[in-house]
Design a protein around this ligand. Structure first.
Ligand code: PAF
Length: 278
């Protein structure tokens, strides 16, 4: 595996690969890699000739400086995992390599930016689009792979790609779960043993919803799910929504593509999860 820390050296190397006719798959991450990330890499390997993974904890997408400070950065074990996963290229730049001082970015994403996650993390998606745009510009991938766990992020990046006519195909990969149902996340390592148990209410609620989806109206189901989550000690519900999977507006009986999304603080750790109800 080749490792690059500068855009220039990475671009030069990838240019060479493209010249040899190789297709490039890209898995952007913030590190603290788990099986979910590795499943993205496995898919990238199936679909493209060379796989690039970036590890960059992007400061502009954190609206809470404490969250940024405590974000895990286990680069040695991440590198080991990438080697074992057969990743071809790691891009691991520093903040100065990615950002000039006082850089301005605003992309008019519309309503999608302010719903659900956007309400609780103002500015988050401006930071995400800013860094993903830069990464796409450097890597110029044929296909980029993202996890379904950040469902709203996927929709927003797809919107950016469409709006700016970026020449990249996006693939959304299924959520990977621990044996007890907890969605895999880099943040799970912050959960205490008690938090870890309480956190299961999120996946349990989504699992309950799936077979019960046709039995009640959407408002009643939302209320029941909210009650289930609020009844769990140590869990502070931020939102539970049954939404149109194309635009994340609340779903109604005519909606075709339906997704249930949840966010909650479990102890001090913020978790998200979702399930498709199609
Ligand atoms: O999903 C993530 O890990 C991040 O939001 C991403 C896409 C790597 C941008 O920093």
């Amino acid at each position: 595996m080749k490792t690059f820390t500068t855009r220039e050296n990475l671009s030069e190397y990838l240019e060479q690969l493209r010249g040899e006719g190789k297709t490039i798959g890209f898995v952007p991450t913030m590190g603290a890699l788990h099986q979910g990330h590795l499943s993205l890499l496995a898919l990238a390997r199936q679909h493209t000739d060379k796989v690039v993974c970036s590890i960059f904890v992007n400061p502009t997408q954190f609206n809470d400086p404490k969250d940024l400070d405590k974000y895990p950065r286990p680069i040695a074990s991440d590198t080991e995992k990438l080697l074992l996963a057969g990743c071809d290229v790691l891009f691991n730049p520093g903040v100065n390599e990615m950002y000039a001082r006082n850089e301005h970015w605003h992309l008019e994403i519309g309503e999608l930016e302010h719903l659900l996650e956007g309400k609780f993390r103002p500015g988050h998606y401006q930071g995400v689009t800013q860094v993903v745009y830069k990464l796409f510009d450097i890597v110029k991938p044929d296909i980029a792979f993202f996890g379904q766990k950040d469902y709203q992020q996927f929709l927003i990046i797809q919107k950016m790609v469409d709006m700016l006519h970026l020449p990249v195909k996006l693939v959304m990969c299924p959520i990977l779960r621990e044996a007890d149902g907890l969605a895999m996340s880099s943040r799970n390592i912050h959960l205490s043993a008690d938090d870890r148990q309480h956190a299961l209410v999120l996946s349990k609620t989504l699992n309950w919803l799936k077979p019960n989806f046709d039995t009640n109206s959407i408002p009643i189901l939302v209320r029941k799910c909210e009650e289930m989550i609020k009844a769990e000690p140590g869990v502070d519900l931020e939102y539970f929504e049954i939404a149109d999977g194309d635009n994340l507006r609340p779903a109604n009986q005519n909606t075709k593509n339906i997704v249930a999304l949840v966010a909650a603080k479990v102890g001090k750790t913020r978790l998200i999860d979702n399930v498709s109800l199609q």
